[in-house]
Design a protein around this ligand. Structure first.
Ligand SMILES: NC(=O)c1ccc[n+]([C@@H]2O[C@H](COP(=O)([O-])OP(=O)(O)OC[C@H]3O[C@@H](n4cnc5c(N)ncnc54)[C@H](O)[C@@H]3O)[C@@H](O)[C@H]2O)c1
Ligand SMILES: [Fe+2]
Length: 401
């Protein structure tokens, strides 16, 4: 039985209102002189890019902006960003945006330091050593990429999402300024918010760290559920229960926005240590083929996977119900656990996340391929509390069709 667990995060996390204004000082302490900022045109037009770059320029840094980032970035965009880094020769990269731009920064840093192609680093622990310093500034409340070891892209040719997982791409500095999320439109707020909930629930209900079959001291992609991860996930779930609907219904609700920004970062700390599992595994081929956002795909699948995992995770799912605000007085653990699934369904409905694969254009003919591709992502299968067969995955997808 495994007796130890680990915890990693960003080198420094600075969180709170107006935190972005401190970027010049914070990055000065890291010794940054030339910074490549990875962003997109939407953020440029909204003035968010300027809010991040101005403190850097004021601190005397040379700033180069790459604003060709896109949602769910393709490998072509990664290549362009890496080429810009080669031309500019930065001594740090800064990703400002949602998970898409932050992940782009992580891969640009990797390619700049180690050369090669993104494919060389896919899967777990394939980056050979430290990379250029990475600074992440999220503008969505969702992915937790600002503290995570992951970077996710779209492989257009193979119609699948692909990812790199390495402790070397945890950002050196994460600056979370909730004000930067206030301009998110309802769909981005909903999709990224339910991604954060998925992170927290998958981390919380993952296989126990003690049950993970690994050699002590060897690096692992994910640790399984552990006490520190549980603390973070519980708080994140409670914050989502309190604030996600509110922040979708009223974009001006600052308390809700701030609560979701915290939820997303805490959920990022939880999942990037303890793990994500079947929901994410099923979303990779689904999102790659149907081009839904990562959050919408996860939100769609989440209750179906909770249902599948219920036999192995009754008590933890019962606690999820309480954390989401259910009145579980007089209920058995199983009744409460079922209530958790119902509450996630209800939340999804309230915020407009789809309930069925067919709603996002999927057909029954595609399901066998989705099941097969998901089943190949072994690191996510092993972290799930219930070990699925490929046939189980197909059943889940059929129920969700
Ligand atoms: N690295 C990780 O740990 C991790 C974890 C989960 C998901 N992901 C990946 O992150 C990506 C999804 O990221 P996301 O959900 O943050 O969305 P996103 O980065 O794809 O952004 C979605 C859209 O919202 C816009 N946007 C972002 N912030 C805005 C703001 N403040 N105001 C107005 N518009 C804004 C963007 O310009 C973009 O058009 C996916 O590729 C997913 O696979 C990564
Ligand atoms: Fe995710």
């Amino acid at each position: 039985m495994r007796t130890t667990w680990n915890f990693f995060s960003a080198g420094q996390l600075t969180f709170g209102t107006a935190a972005a204004g401190q970027l010049g000082k914070l990055m000065g302490r890291l010794g940054v002189g030339r910074v490549l900022v990875l962003s997109d045109q939407v953020l440029g037009e909204l003035g968010l890019l300027a809010r991040v770059c101005e403190p850097l320029v004021a601190a005397g840094m040379t700033v180069e902006v790459f604003d060709e980032g896109e949602a769910e970035p393709t490998l072509d965009v990664v290549a362009k960003a890496a080429e810009r880094a080669r031309q500019f020769q930065p001594d740090a990269v800064l990703g400002v945006g949602g998970g898409s731009n932050m992940d782009l920064a992580k891969m640009a840093a990797t390619l700049h330091t180690h050369g090669g192609k993104p494919e060389d680093y896919f899967s777990f622990d394939n980056i050979p050593g430290p990379v250029l310093p990475i600074i992440c500034v999220p503008t969505t409340a969702g992915t937790g990429s600002e503290v995570s070891s992951a970077a996710v892209f779209t492989d257009v040719a193979n119609q699948i999402k692909v990812s790199t997982l390495s402790q070397y791409i945890r950002p050196n500095l994460a600056v979370v300024d909730p004000e930067l999320t206030y301009s998110c439109p309802a769909k981005v707020t909903a999709d990224s918010g339910i991604d954060a909930l998925t992170h927290a629930i998958e981390a919380y209900t993952a296989i126990d760290y003690s049950a993970l079959d690994v050699i002590p001291g060897d690096p692992v992609a994910y640790e399984g559920a552990h006490p520190l991860g549980d603390c973070l996930a519980e708080r994140a779930i409670a914050l989502v229960g309190q604030f996600l609907s509110r922040s979708v219904a009223d974009p001006e609700d600052r308390e809700a926005r701030d609560g979701m920004a915290l939820a997303a970062t805490l959920a990022g700390m939880a999942f990037s240590n303890c793990g994500v599992a079947l929901v994410h595994a099923l979303e990779y081929p689904l999102g790659g083929a149907l081009h839904c956002s990562h959050g919408a795909g996860n939100g769609l699948l989440l209750p179906y996977v909770m249902e599948y995992n219920l036999p192995e995770r009754v008590n933890k799912l019962a606690r999820v119900a309480e954390l989401l605000g259910a009145d579980c007085a007089g209920c058995t653990a199983e009744q409460s656990a079922r209530q958790a699934i119902e509450m996630v369904r209800q939340l999804r409905l309230e915020i407009g996340v789809p309930d069925r694969i067919r709603e996002i254009g999927g057909t029954s003919e595609q399901l066998a391929r989705f099941a097969n591709k998901s089943f190949e992502i072994k690191r996510l299968m092993t972290i799930n509390p219930r070990t699925p067969s490929e046939a189980d995955l197909l059943e889940i997808l059929k129920t969700a069709l």
